[in-house]
Structure formats: structure tokens, C-alpha cells
Design a protein around this ligand. Structure first.
Ligand code: MN
Length: 231
């Protein structure tokens, strides 16, 4: 097959212990999925989960032991980190039940749902889409994927983020409002999942701004940590 322009590169993420890589299809993100983060964003109570989508090419794929570079995006003066557990889908499907969701999961990774918070806030006020706040180059850093069988007890894992060595976010995955199975059940009533899809499951409290030069270190217990530098 030949193309009229050079086709964009396939985005892929390393898998711990394997030479083969995980190809990225879509990126789904869950909004406000930890109680204390919902509160800091001005919301309370359990609302049905909601989703937004980012293109695969917003990933900054960080190899094990490396520090990824995240370019500070245009237009914002409030560039926020959101440390998240990422679910990598190995087997697609629609109308997947929570009890069956684990059969569709290939593995897990540490991710950051980077956000132009000031622009997102303006869009919220105007009841417009969040796109400009959430989708831009380098908006979705991700570290290596650990296969589910080797990832330990992800549902109970600690999740944390430091910036320049100082604690910013510290919680546990048990505090998800909608757990991983429930996320997949809700998501697949609206969209069919495909192998290669990623789901960023939401961030705990403590989101805050970063500036050029900051070094972010994210961890989910049992997974390969994620290091990025803002440039
Ligand atoms: Mn998020």
C-alpha cells in the first residue's frame, strides 16, 4: 500500500519483561473518580461516571528507567498534573459486565492526565466541551505496562505523585468512586472497547500546577514508576 503523505507512527508502550510492545488505539479518561478530588473540583456525591477521549498521539511513552519530556503547552497559565492508574485493554467488547471486566484487561501502567486547568475551567463555565483543556501534544504520559497477572493487587494499590521530591498526591486505588470493573461496565454501554484501548481511571486529590523544569515522579504500587520532566 502506498500513501500520499507519510503515515503517522503507531504509538506503542513497552511491556515489562517482553520485547513486544502494546499498540495504543484510543485513550478513554474517567472524570472525577475519587471523592476527595471531586470535592476539590467543587463537586460532591456519586454521579454516574463520565468519560472523555484523547487521541493516542497525545501519549508521552516513557521507557523503564527513563525520564520523559513533557512540553509545557500553549495558552495555559495553570498546567496541572493528574496522577492515574491506567488500564490497558487486551480483549475488546461491548456491554461488558463488571464481573467479567478483568477478562478484558491486558495490564496496567502509571499515567498522567495532564490538564490545562484554566482553559478547562473556562469551558466548564461556558458549558462547552473540555477538549482544549485535556487534549494537546504530550497530554498523556504513560510508563511501561505490567501484565495483569504480574501486577499484584492493583485494586488496593497505593497511588502517589511527587513533584521535585515533594508529595503532591497520595491515595489508594480503593478510593475510586467507580472501580475498574464498574468503569468498564459503564464505558462499554456507550462505546465498544477494542484491543489497544487505554483507560485513565481518574485522579486522587492534590492536583496542582507545574512549571518548566519540574520533575514528576508517579507511582502505583506494583507497577513501574513514571518519571517526566516539564520542558
Ligand atoms: Mn483525569
Amino acid at each position: 500500500m502506498s500513501f500520499v503523505i507519510t503515515p503517522p507512527a503507531l504509538v506503542s508502550v513497552p511491556v515489562v519483561g517482553l520485547a513486544e510492545r502494546f499498540p495504543v488505539n484510543r485513550i478513554y479518561c474517567v472524570g472525577r473518580n475519587y471523592v476527595e478530588h471531586a470535592k476539590e473540583m467543587g463537586f460532591t456525591g456519586r454521579e454516574p461516571p463520565f468519560f472523555f477521549i484523547k487521541p493516542a498521539n497525545t501519549c508521552v511513552v516513557v521507557e523503564a528507567g527513563q525520564t520523559g519530556e513533557v512540553r509545557y503547552p500553549s495558552l495555559t497559565k495553570e498546567f496541572h498534573h493528574e496522577m492515574e492508574l491506567v488500564v490497558a485493554i487486551g480483549k475488546g467488547g461491548k456491554n461488558i459486565k463488571a464481573a467479567d471486566a478483568k477478562n478484558h484487561i491486558y495490564g496496567y501502567a502509571c499515567g498522567l492526565d495532564m490538564t490545562r486547568r484554566d482553559l478547562q475551567g473556562e469551558m466548564k463555565k461556558l458549558a462547552r466541551p473540555w477538549c482544549i483543556g485535556k487534549t494537546f501534544d504530550d497530554a498523556s504520559p504513560i510508563g511501561p505496562i505490567t501484565q495483569a497477572a504480574q501486577a499484584g493487587d492493583v485494586d488496593n494499590a497505593a497511588i502517589s505523585l511527587t513533584v521535585n521530591g515533594v508529595d503532591r498526591q497520595r491515595s489508594t486505588v480503593t478510593k475510586l468512586i467507580w472501580n475498574i470493573g464498574e468503569i468498564i461496565e459503564h464505558l462499554t454501554t456507550a462505546w465498544e472497547l477494542y484491543p489497544g484501548d487505554l483507560i485513565y481511571t481518574g485522579t486522587p486529590e492534590g492536583v496542582a500546577a507545574v512549571v518548566a523544569g519540574d520533575v514528576l515522579h508517579g507511582e502505583v504500587q506494583g507497577l513501574t514508576p513514571l518519571h517526566v520532566k516539564i520542558v
